[in-house]
Design a protein around this ligand. Structure first.
Ligand SMILES: [Zn+2]
Length: 254
């Protein structure tokens, strides 16, 4: 498995101050540049480990930043400390967390941690074991739709024709595949893919249904594992078993 690595440092550690000098939050580089460009903020000399410090020229509506948002976060693997080949690891798999109620989803950046490639792969393994049955059920909810099965069978016949045809499959199987896509002979299968694509059935109407099924499955999983807090605890424990040495303060708190 190869993971896509982050090109830019994930944490820009740019501190934003109010016009009266109170610490508001840390912001990303793009937003910082935008403030400066629009002449809405002035650049101050950096301090306390922040890469840049910006002071707004106006009174912001937002309240003061919390301790977590002001923290200087290091761009390194939270497990081994390596600064290279970093990517974001979702401690709670995204397909589960996205179904958390919105008030529980806010401020969840502390449930995403930076890992180097080696540690990321190691950290994924126990997570997969924890929700394998859910993943299987989700995959099935998708694959079981009649239109998906139809398209899949067409594609299978297309591949069969490419490798040389009927002699590579038992005749009964071929007949049943052809029948399931309402064809009589392999001759009716196009030889180029764009032509085959025209025969595919539309899946758009089934998408809503699949989405609903997936949501139900995830909510059931959450319920069966002690609700939101129970789920958090399970994935947190699994991740802490990796003995992360560089986990920033405030991460993975329940
Ligand atoms: Zn690492």
């Amino acid at each position: 498995m190869r993971l896509g690595h982050l090109i830019r440092p994930h944490y820009a550690n740019i501190l934003l101050l109010s016009n009266t000098g109170e610490k508001l939050s840390t912001i990303g580089g793009k937003r910082a540049d935008w403030y400066v460009e629009k002449n809405l903020a002035v650049e101050l000399p950096p301090f306390e480990g922040y890469s840049r410090v910006l002071q707004l020229k106006f009174t912001p509506k937002n309240n003061l930043g919390n301790e977590f948002s002001l923290l200087v976060k290091h761009n390194q693997c939270v497990i081994c400390g390596s600064p290279s080949e970093l990517s974001l690891h979702h401690v709670i798999p995204y397909c589960i967390k996205r179904h958390f109620p919105s008030e529980k989803k806010e401020h969840t950046s502390e449930w995403c941690v930076l890992c180097c490639e080696t540690c990321h792969i190691k950290a994924e393994l126990p997570v997969r074991m924890l929700y394998k049955s859910l993943q299987d059920n989700l995959a099935q909810a998708f694959n079981n739709h009649p239109n998906v099965i139809f398209n899949h069978t067409l594609y299978r016949l297309f591949k069969l024709k490419k490798i040389g045809g009927a002699e590579y499959v038992e005749p009964e199987k071929l007949i049943s595949w052809l029948a399931s896509v309402s064809l009589n002979s392999l001759d009716q299968i196009p030889t180029d893919y764009p032509e085959l694509e025209k025969l595919f059935l539309d899946r758009s109407e089934s998408r809503e249904e699949t989405k609903r099924t997936k949501r139900t499955l995830v909510l059931e999983f959450i319920e069966q594992n002690g609700g939101i807090d129970g789920v958090k605890r399970i994935f947190r424990e699994s991740f802490l078993a990796m003995k992360p040495q560089f986990l920033p303060k405030g991460f993975l708190e329940i």
